[in-house]
Design a protein around this ligand. Structure first.
Ligand SMILES: Nc1nc2c(c(=O)[nH]1)N[C@H]1C(S)=C(S)[C@@H](COP(=O)(O)O)O[C@H]1N2
Ligand SMILES: [Mo]
Length: 260
């Protein structure tokens, strides 16, 4: 007889194992593209497992400040390097603004000083990059929820798109392809989702996304958009970029839902 009391861990292990069993045991069915898409989307499975077992508002682990990594390395763009960005940097970002628009009743254009004046959250968390490295750092910033409430997010909004200042093609011209990412409303209103302007008690370095970056602590590194310029509220991601909700999702097939 199996005990009716099942720990969350053994339930998770069991479910994961049976999901893996299903996947490997259904090779012939798995070759049917439509069937696989409908039933065996690892992304849907992952999302379902994480949210049903941990709850939508579960917090990412927070560390003590003395557990920080001695150095928080940079990854991806280390400096947007455009003329626009250089000018912003020279002015110490006094001329930089964060636009908040799309499906909001009150579009905002926020300066760094205005963001600094809003209530802040501080969190020491671990950043996990899919390329195989992690770092623990202390982030300080404004909860995204606060900004969305100030902008009066409309009830038709379903996703927030984060537009960045770095052009991944480096052209800045017609072929410009700026980094972007997106999250849904559950993550947008999660208490650890903040717009961070400081790392380890200092203003963000250019390497780590100055002047402002997203921290959505339940997600992998590539969701943590750096060099923010605009937050756009939308009801559908298909009209943004290549339509998959993020730069790496569009160009390299990364999963949009990068929950950890
Ligand atoms: N605008 C922008 N944001 C970005 C990236 C990027 O290249 N451009 N790289 C992503 C990836 S893959 C990771 S792991 C983290 C790295 O953050 P860090 O440079 O502060 O370590 O930023 C993410 N956000
Ligand atoms: Mo990454």
């Amino acid at each position: 007889m199996t005990s009716p009391i099942v720990s969350r861990r053994s339930l998770l292990t069991g479910l994961t194992a049976s999901a893996a069993g299903l996947l490997s045991g259904c090779d012939s069915l798995g070759r049917d593209e439509r069937f696989r898409k409908a039933l065996f989307s690892a992304e849907n499975m992952h999302k379902w497992l994480q949210r049903s077992l941990q709850g939508r508002d579960a917090l990412a682990h927070e560390f003590r400040p003395d557990q920080r990594s001695p150095f928080f390395r940079g990854n991806g763009t280390l400096n947007p390097g455009t003329e626009d960005y250089k000018a912003l940097w020279r002015s110490k970002f006094a001329d930089w603004r964060l636009q908040v628009d799309g499906l909001v009743d009150r579009p905002l254009s926020l300066s760094l000083a205005q963001l600094h004046a809003m209530p802040a959250r501080v969190q020491t968390t671990r950043h996990d990059c899919v390329e195989g490295w992690s770092a623990i750092g202390t982030w300080r910033g404004v909860p995204l929820k606060t900004v969305l409430e100030a902008a009066r997010l409309r009830s038709s909004a379903r996703y927030l798109v984060f537009h960045c200042l770095d052009d991944m093609n480096g052209s800045g011209g017609d072929g410009a392809s700026f980094y972007y990412e997106s999250i849904d409303l559950v993550d947008a209103f999660h208490p650890q989702t903040i717009l961070a302007y400081a790392l380890n008690d200092r203003p963000l370095d250019v390497r780590n996304g100055a002047p402002l970056r997203l921290r959505a602590e339940r997600h992998l590194g590539y969701k943590q958009a750096k060099y923010l310029s605009r937050i756009e509220a939308v009801d559908d991601l298909r009209g943004i970029g290549g339509g998959k909700g993020g730069y790496w999702e569009d160009v390299a097939g990364y999963e949009w839902y990068a929950g950890i």
